[in-house]
Design a protein around this ligand. Structure first.
Ligand SMILES: NC(=O)c1ccc[n+]([C@@H]2O[C@H](COP(=O)([O-])OP(=O)(O)OC[C@H]3O[C@@H](n4cnc5c(N)ncnc54)[C@H](O)[C@@H]3O)[C@@H](O)[C@H]2O)c1
Length: 440
């Protein structure tokens, strides 16, 4: 322990980061910027190549990341490889591979198990292994420790140290959150937590709370479940307001003037890698027959929102005297979040599938997603309706009068409250209202 802490102080510690995605890449950059020699282990050969050229594979707006990556690669502090043999002389390993759930909502730890199996043979005695991926409560004990023991032939807590320190980064604010978000540092032993706290202190400027691995697992999955449930409440309120002929946005503003109320933003659905699966991870290891009611209900409400947008498209077209069958519908935004290229669990994908099933022809535009980039006007021109699914800056800057001019019929469905309902003469259908017709 003493020598580990000294090595941190002297920056004389070789570190590996396994999985260079939205989480692993900025973590690797931060550690390299803090002065450590870092090797990134990444399965994708394309990403390895780009990173070694000093070019970020993340396309969305990520303030500071591209510059930091270029700098640490140029200085030789960070390099990437797919070869786990590079872990031979590291003394700390961060693992940040994806942890999705399957169709049964149970974790599919394929990437995590594979990373542990590949790391094991190269694991040196005394190494600190930190799992940053989000995992179900109990996973450190049931999956990570036994898998790494089996692959390495070493004993957990004696020969190597285990910590779960979940990430709180957010796409669009990766570096900012890494520096400024407090962290729950969950050691499987108090000594392991202490080692990890010292390491994170080299770049985190916020609280680092040492706790147990189980607590850290619960904390992370709970904070995302909290958000999912809150959004579901806001979405249900949007549906209530639509039904009552009210405007949820005005209602929300007034509700939130009441002390201790914080109604979230309703919208066209919840996507990304994390929120759609973390509530299921939280429930994974509860006892058989555990009566979870609220959390699955919230998931169902949020999953239903892109389908609701499809209903609004049908309704808007009908109000304009058009049938959904054969209609060309512009879908504006395919990423799950504004100004990002991340399309994982995209609500737009659900909308597109539903539109096709209804006989419509979706025409997709997204300025950040390579497959759907292009001139917005050309994409929208001649479509029968447009549905705004993402609050990208380009759509916020769009003049609604232009949008209406480009469309063959003036039907706009606003899934993200981008326009005011009375911003143009159109058939306007907003998630959460208010609605507007041409004769209004
Ligand atoms: N994206 C976020 O904003 C965010 C925030 C907090 C927590 N998390 C959690 O962090 C974890 C990673 O998420 P992400 O968004 O960075 O995922 P990602 O898919 O962007 O990155 C994972 C990377 O790991 C690589 N990989 C997979 N298996 C590998 C293996 N065996 N060896 C080497 N590389 C391998 C993949 O190729 C990919 O580049 C997840 O558990 C997620 O829930 C993500």
């Amino acid at each position: 322990m003493e020598s580990f802490l000294k090595a941190i102080e002297r920056r004389d510690l070789h570190i590996a980061v396994v999985g260079l995605g939205y989480v692993g890449l900025p973590v690797a950059c931060m550690l390299a910027q803090a002065g450590f020699r870092v090797v990134g282990i990444e399965r994708s050969g394309d990403k390895v190549e780009r990173i070694n050229q000093g070019s970020s594979p993340i396309e969305g707006e990520e303030p500071g990341l591209a510059e930091m990556l270029a700098g640490v690669v140029r200085s030789g502090k960070l390099c990437a490889t797919s070869d786990y043999a590079a872990c031979r002389d590291v003394r700390a390993v961060f693992i940040s591979v994806e942890t999705p759930v399957g169709d049964d909502n149970k974790p599919a730890y394929t990437a995590l198990r594979s990373a542990l199996a590949s790391l094991g043979p190269h694991l040196a005695r005394g190494t600190l292994v930190i799992i940053e991926s989000t995992i179900a409560p109990g996973t450190m004990q049931r999956v990570v420790a036994p898998a790494l023991e089996a692959a390495s032939g070493l004993r957990a807590h004696e020969d190597f140290h285990l910590v779960h320190c979940p990430e709180r980064v957010m796409v669009g604010r990766l570096l900012h959150n890494l520096r400024h978000m407090p962290r729950a540092v969950g050691g499987m032993t108090p000594a392991a937590a202490q080692m990890a706290v010292a390491l994170y202190r080299t770049f985190v400027e916020a609280d680092l709370d040492a706790t147990t691995a189980l607590n850290a697992e619960i904390v992370k999955t709970t904070e995302n479940t909290y958000r999912d449930v809150q959004i579901a409440f806001a979405n249900e309120m949007a549906l209530v307001c639509e039904d009552l002929g009210a405007d949820v946005w005005e209602v929300r503003t007034l509700v939130n003037k009441c002390p201790y109320r914080d109604m979230h933003l309703p919208g066209a659905g919840v996507g990304g890698h994390c929120l759609p699966k973390d509530p299921w991870l939280l429930l994974t290891n509860t006892s058989a027959g555990f009566p979870a009611r609220l959390i699955p209900a919230a998931r169902a409400v949020n999953d239903g929102m892109p389908l609701h947008v499809a209903d609004l498209v049908v309704d808007g077209l009908r109000a304009a005297g058009k049938d959904i069958r054969g209609a060309r519908v512009a879908v504006l935004g395919y990423a799950f979040l504004e100004n990002s290229d991340d399309t994982r669990n995209s609500p737009s994908a659900v909308l597109v599938e539903r539109l096709r099933a209804l006989g419509a022809e979706p025409v997709i535009h997204d300025p950040f997603v390579a497959a759907y980039r292009g001139d917005l006007r050309e994409r929208v021109q001649g479509c029968d309706a447009a549905a705004v699914m993402v609050r990208h800056g380009e759509y916020l800057r769009l003049d609604p009068q232009d949008l209406v001019r480009w469309l063959a019929s003036p039907v706009v469905v606003d899934g993200r409250h981008v326009f005011a309902a009375d911003a143009a003469r159109w058939v306007y259908r907003g998630v959460g209202g208010p609605q507007q017709n041409l004769d209004a």
